[in-house]
Design a protein. Sequence first.
Length: 717
Amino acid sequence: MKETKEYNEYTAGETSVPGLRRRDFFKLLGGGLYVFFNVTDALNVLATESEQRRSLPTDYNAFLLIHEDGTVSCYTGKIEMGQGVITSLAQMLADELDVAYEKVKMVMGDTMLCPWDMGTFGSMSTRFFGPPLRAAAAEALAVLLDMAAEKLGISAEQLTVEDGVIISKQDKGKKIAYRELTSGKKIERYLDQKPEVKDYSEFRIMGKSFNHQDGRLKVTGEAKYTADIRVPGMLYARILRPPSHGAKLVSVDTSEAEKQDGVLVVKDRDLIAVLHENPEKAEESRDKIKAEYEFDEKDVNDQNLFDYLLKNAPEGQIINSQGDLDIGKRMVDTLVESEYYNSYVAHATMETHAALAHIEDEKITVWASTQTPFPAQETISRVTGFPLENVRIIPPFLGGGFGGKTAHSQAVEAARLAKITGKPVMVDWSREEEFFYDTFRPAAVVQISTGTDASGKINLWDYKEYYAGERGSDTIYDVPHQRTMAFGRGWRAPEVHPFATGAWRAPGNNTNTFARESQIDIMAAKAQTDPIEFRLKNLTDQRMIGVLKEVAEKAGWKPAASPSGRGFGVACGFDAGAHVAHIAEVEVDQATGRVQVKRVVCAQDMGFCINPEGATIQMEGCINMGLGYSLTEEVKFTGGKIETKDFSSYQLPRFSWIPKIETHILELNEPPQGGGEPAIICMGAVIANAIFDATGARLYHLPMTPDRVLDALKNKL
């Protein structure tokens, strides 16, 4: 067995800000086998420069603890927001350690207990965190086998493991449990080499369906979200908000609010808040504040939006270029030029942003609904002046994130107010505040010029996306002469948008897949070719071909050129390492323009699927959520004033909309890929293509509202 190392330095290493010391972990968590490991290399690919400075290049940023009772905990900065990694990561750990799944507990996101992580987004937890987690478990198993071999007087090669018990292969009576080996000891190992992990054929737990670990808590209402947390003496804060993102506070009069019984008024630069133990009293008092603003608005609204975006677009950047577009143009018999649009879309999570800040013994604890607890810790330390090691962020269960909770301004507000007042402070946004401060999916324009020859082969692909973002802009089809250009940096373009934009489930890919797959459908129709046959003819990616053939078979697809009058559409795409293909059936009421999606079949190739039940839930959730951005979800605004304030004016999918959903996961012994986002990217395109097949009307603008459907019906060729 390798020599056990004793460390006393900070967990963040010499290059990082001090955090919790290892000896403090031991004191806090007790005896057992600790295995520390590092996922920095994988995650740094996607980290910003500042995030990389905080990362742990010579130390660790996750660890396992095999407790004295034989249970196993994994401490990670990842968080659970409904995507199910609390379950799938536990399956991976249990399988590699040969313990029962029920004995594994995930401890996630607590900045006092868990090592640093840049955040949970991008469907990265399973595909980037999973492999080093498995390697750490394999290392832990090797340590335990060595310890057992010494204890039993048998070589490690003569030992096997069954459910946390190490047994002699020759004499079943010679055995010892993990807990007996670790009892009373604090054994530390740092994973400095990559041990051999199990082959797919050896999996007992991975690949089987498990209900989510947190499922019972959530369906019974026992699960605690941030706004459910209470501490003695807690005050609710109601903050003065501007009427527009273009507004600047000029003067404020809080005298009437200050007259209310039990009210505490805070004025700290841009932060004007009223606090009370009763949230309704706080709100009533806040509404008595008189404020004057000056305005500097951008000349844009939801009516002139796309002209505005094109007018203000910066110089384009070439993302991909192959062949020669001029040669491609000479090779085509049919040229198709199209322009596609999508409006701003909100995350509209069930849980609004919330945070509770509590100061004790010169330390601040903030419970926050955030996808980025460690960046939140850094921000609060910087803003409040508390040393980083005195700031603890605890992310309870999140009621949805979808990229919208990577920002954490509500946690900063709560921390500032708690420091000023010395009281525990809850900041829980109203639905109107949520819409106002949401980081919307950016509105975007996509222009495509494509061409096919007489045989239906695509020879030209000239693709320009404005503010959508590059994700999903891949051509994916085999085109000899192609170019992809990006104008603007997607949601990282504050200079053009009148309010904040941000990552929205599979950022950029919903827009780009809608444009690409609609364009492919137009070309197939002009070639009078079945849309699946047309795609297969122009594809060389075998995994994309695989999901297309799978979805066609499962849906019982009967080839026909569109528009066939049947109302069937098809679309395919790629996201987070996974390939997906959809077939949808729709019914269009041509008198009202209302679209009813009757059936959606989805095939997904995500490599080896850790938890088929969890993956199925994610696919179904993507399909249902995709109905919203496809058909109704759209933010109305004038300049920086958000006119969409609640769900009376922002229509989410309803139960009556839900189609029959069939999901099919291809079984492959390949590295696991992301599952939280891929199945949403095709929904706009597959519904648009199905509408065209049903009616001959082509929709170019998301969402495809009844009014837009009626306009398309009137203008169809």
